[in-house]
Write a protein that binds this ligand. Structure first.
Ligand SMILES: [Zn+2]
Ligand SMILES: [Zn+2]
Length: 228
């Protein structure tokens, strides 16, 4: 594969070299989320005396807990290309790192399935892939938890959340997801997404999954913002 389509480095987007998922020069650029972390969402917080970050202490969460690999500002350009510029190949690198550094935590969640945050069909058609699904597939290969894409669907083509404030994000997501079956026979699941910002997407998905009978919803993302 590599010989025919030399893969690109997820950080500089240059040719990354044979049998490598990232080029040597970029190895140290992505910054892993450092301690102390919010006990709920895993975001780094500056206050070691607080169990939860500001967002998690002020909002009711439907998800149980989650974890993320990188500080968002160290990989924001990379993630933008992964989402919007036909770089599905970045998924392998992210999944490799997630499995290496967060694999143990993910296994502790005792999940029956990985569920990628779905894209609306119109967006999927335009992009040609769902980056969260690619991530989930690559993580699944490594930590052996099956991926389920037949449970959670996106029925509302929501606006880009990026520039919205917390409450607008939540409003934008109301009714965004749909679960076709009445009873989902899964106890614990892990939602997979590229970025966690305020948590509204993960929370909206978690709330509908719990309504459908899932006991505990966890999440993993490539990147997460910093508690402000
Ligand atoms: Zn590079
Ligand atoms: Zn938090």
């Amino acid at each position: 594969m590599d010989a025919l389509f030399p893969g690109r480095c997820p950080i500089c987007d240059g040719i990354r070299g044979k049998n490598k998922l990232i080029c040597d020069e970029c190895r140290l650029i992505p910054r892993r989320v450092s301690e102390p972390r919010c006990f709920r969402c895993g975001k780094h917080t500056d206050n070691p005396n607080e169990e939860f970050c500001e967002d998690c202490s002020s909002v009711k969460r439907f998800f149980e807990r989650g974890t993320a690999l990188y500080e968002y500002d160290s990989v924001n350009d990379s993630i933008a290309r992964f989402k919007n510029a036909s770089r599905p190949e970045y998924a392998a690198f992210y999944a490799e790192e997630i499995s290496k550094y967060l694999g143990t935590v993910l296994k502790e969640f005792e999940a029956d399935a990985l569920i990628p945050i779905p894209l609306h069909p119109a967006k999927y058609k335009k992009r040609g892939y769902n980056q969260s699904e690619l991530l989930a597939d690559e993580i699944s290969k490594r930590i052996k938890i099956p991926v389920r894409t037949d449970i959670l669907f996106r029925i509302k083509n929501t606006k880009e959340q990026k520039k919205m404030k917390g409450t607008d994000r939540q409003k934008n997501l109301v009714g965004a997801f749909h679960i076709p079956q009445n009873v989902v026979k899964l106890d614990n699941v892990i939602l997979v997404d590229d970025v966690y910002t305020t948590g509204s997407t993960i929370d909206e998905a978690a709330s509908i999954l719990k309504e459908a009978g899932v006991k505990k919803v966890y999440f993993v993302t490539v990147a997460i913002g910093i508690d402000k």
